[in-house]
Design a protein around this ligand. Sequence first.
Ligand code: UTP
Length: 294
Amino acid sequence: MANEIRKCLFPVAGLGTRFLPATKEIAKEMLPLLDRPIITYGVEEALAAGCTEMVMITGRSKKAIEDYFDRSFELEHMLKTRNKTSLYDAVVSIASMAVFIYMRQHSPLGLGHAVLCGEPVCRDAPFGVILPDDVMVADPSVLAQLIAVQRERGGSVIALEEVSPEETSRYGVVAAEIAGEGVYRINDMVEKPGPEKAPSTLAIMGRYVLTPTVFSILKNQQKGAGGEIQLTDALRTLARTEPVWGVLYRGRRFDCGTQPGWLSANIQLAMDNPNLREVVLEALKISGNPQPGR
Ligand code: UTP
């Protein structure tokens, strides 16, 4: 059966306060992870899942993201005249990756509100959602794993990860029953519960396939935790209306939403790269043996 999930929504209108001052003028999704902006990894994941239209929900950061995924004739011309062929090819290929659609979230009212901003372009069919500050390295891509379950079972699908009881207060946590290998039927969810209130240790990670039913729920969604319109609150209601599945995804996740997480992601991915591995090991050697005058 043809994969009809063509659209993937990227909420990138958050304030990124945990990265200030770096994010004063640019979105955290534009910070580099090794050689390219964090957002590129999410777009590549969506492409690998068969999506061809990337719907960016932007805020103040609109310009840098829009320019990044567009042609840059001056730069291309300069690289061409200097015979920098591989860099030229890399720069040109960015704009032809997919179709990019931009919607503006005028005020950062919360993740649920950001998703609602995508309604005009996502209301006709199930669509993917990627929170790009969680970088996922997996084959098949994590979004592809979710789409496979959506095709088989219908409804909406959420990526889950088993966390330790001490960590539940950092995530949305689900109450669910097993429905297949690595697949759960979600009955309820709680935003950031302490270990005593958590219904399980299955935490929601930043990947979703949602049916357009979520929009009608979000339109009436009251503010929740932190005074924001929370996606998790709308998904609770959705789970009472139609099936919401949870998938224990297979792959590695790098939390690039915080400075320590982002730093660790850069180091781990550099260690995976044969050209950069030695650079990291050498830097660690130096930091372990501080030189006079350094
Ligand atoms: P976060 O919870 O990471 O918030 O949002 P944030 O504002 O980006 O960062 P901090 O907490 O201030 O450091 C999760 C995702 O939802 C998007 C963010 O851009 C991020 O991808 N988001 C959040 C929006 O698009 N709009 C919002 O109103 C809130």
